[in-house]
Design a protein around this ligand. Sequence first.
Ligand code: PSV
Ligand code: MN
Length: 440
Amino acid sequence: MLRAMAGTFGIPPEQIERHNAERRAELEADHTHLGKQLARRGLDVERLTTAAQRFEVAVPSWGVGTGGTRFARFPGPGEPRDVWEKLDDCAAIHQLGRATPRVSLHIPWDEPEDPSALARFAKERGLAFDAMNSNTFQDFPGAKHSYKFGSLTHTDAAVRRQAIEHNLHVIRVGEKLGSRSITVWIGDGGNFPGQIHFRAALERYLESLRAIHAGLPAGWTLFLEHKVYEPALYSTVLNDWGTSYWCARELGDQVQCLVDLGHHAPTTNIELVVARLIQFGKLGGFHFNDSKHGDDDLDSGSIQPFQLFLVFNELVDAEQSRAARRDPRFAPAYMLDQSHNVTDPIESLLASAGELQRAFVQASLVDRDALARFQQSNDVLMAHRTLKRAFTTDVEPILAMARLRSGGAIDPIGAFRASGYRARKAEERPAVSSHRSGIV
Ligand code: PSV
Ligand code: MN
């Protein structure tokens, strides 16, 4: 469906201004007070607020629709029915939170008929496109070959070819949208011991990736996304960060590893994985979410906020000590990848972007000189407490001030609820029975 007119979009700016006016004085007092406390620790609240303003994370187009489990999906009112409406919701999120100026699209879920028109539509709403995501884990109408037994690693070269062509198509669409990266995640793997020859499947993976890499435009990055299980329940082809690292290294400079926080066994030390990939110059990006049991795709920071902080601790440390890492262009791409099953997706995405920003600012508070001294002298308790001191600091006034100064809302979820946006969309977007905007 082509959108001829932009129509009404977003939250009326006067509503945000009114919301902020009621809260500004208290925020300024809190920000000043926090500034004094931080100054005693040698930290500059203004520098931290500017850093928070610069923090950005991409939102997934599939995240603005209600997600679901394999049991059911319970759609909410006013759900976006197509990619245009998804962008409208992404624009509202960015308007309020000011941390999400880019959208990550999934093809063919969001296949645009006219990519240039979609790029214009996004630009009008202050949005651009982040990494493209290819989808060879489902069969789509009209496809000649099925991915039931794999895609890029299928035993049949014709199936592999179809999956390669799809990825090249996604890159071409991305070029028209102004994207500069593609994330490749495959559902390939086995459900039974004996089903798959582990080494042969990985060889086929590399061969297919080489073909995609050959079609990668200059300046583009290809992200490899590993996952320990699901949908394949016994083994996956790109099962862990080590395999991902090996493949990325085999493939060359334009290929990097992407860490989805939910794609590991429950006891995996993810911040250690992050540190290793940084050290080896192959940390390309993240899919942020949270989990309790597996790839739960819960809201970032909702279950293990300390883990999120520790991940950002590695990122900030690497940023501050450039010598410690091999990649001089170190600028990992941040994306959210969540499934909002029981909350309003707009609220979840606003909250999640805020949680990442919080972890980033808290990690920026770590006294790195003191930490290095405690590590050097094996003062274990004080080393740990140095991290804890940063993690337990309430940086909310910095986050709220960053939003205010960037033109967003002091309390984005409160402002969203007061705006009546969802009720308006419920009227404008009557539910259609066949649409599937989430992950089911
Ligand atoms: C797979 O679990 C994944 O994390 C990949 O990034 C997919 O593209 C995404 O979820 C959406 O299903
Ligand atoms: Mn992911």
